[in-house]
Ligand binder design. Structure first.
Ligand code: ZN
Length: 167
């Protein structure tokens, strides 16, 4: 990823914590407690979730860290992926995954996403080089998710202001 232009001059600390139990989000979100990593917005840094992260295979660790870096990029230079017909903007979680794919980590990401979001989500991830198709199909997938027809994208953010996590 060293050659990725979007990452130029990005200075983002990574902090390894023993666990995520001390965060308010941990009280109401099991997904947050078990996510391997999270991006902290108010004081930008990547938080790494101790043994949970370290227990994962290296390639999934790479995807997790890349996803959090993508959140930082989304905050720095908002990348809006908008369906032109419907005018619906993709959520930052999906935009972050799009960036991870564009940085060459599609395979690393899809192994985890096939478990958490399902096969269809991964099929659409593979469309990333065709951005218009990607945006349209993700928009359809996301709307189906909202109506309960697809597996949910877990909203780890709680208040939506503090952390964005990998799983
Ligand atoms: Zn995320």
């Amino acid at each position: 990823m060293a050659n990725v232009e979007q990452l130029a001059n990005l200075d983002l600390p990574v902090c390894l914590l023993p666990d995520f139990e001390s965060f308010p989000e941990a009280n109401f979100s099991a997904a947050f407690r078990s996510t391997p990593a999270a991006y902290q917005i108010h004081e930008p840094q990547i938080l790494v979730n101790g043994d949970r992260f370290l227990s994962l295979p290296f390639h999934i660790q790479q995807a997790a860290i890349a996803h959090e870096i993508a959140h930082a990029i989304c905050k720095r230079t908002p990348l809006q992926l908008v369906d032109p017909d419907w005018g619906i903007r993709l959520s930052e979680e999906i935009v972050a995954d799009f960036l991870v794919c564009s940085w060459g980590l599609l395979d690393e990401l899809t192994e985890e996403r096939s478990r958490s979001y399902g096969a269809r989500y991964c099929e659409i991830l593979r469309m990333w080089p065709r951005q218009a198709d990607f945006v349209r199909q993700m928009t359809v997938w996301y709307q189906q998710k909202l109506s309960g027809q697809a597996r949910p994208v877990v909203d780890h953010g709680g208040s939506g202001s503090m952390h964005r996590s990998f799983l």
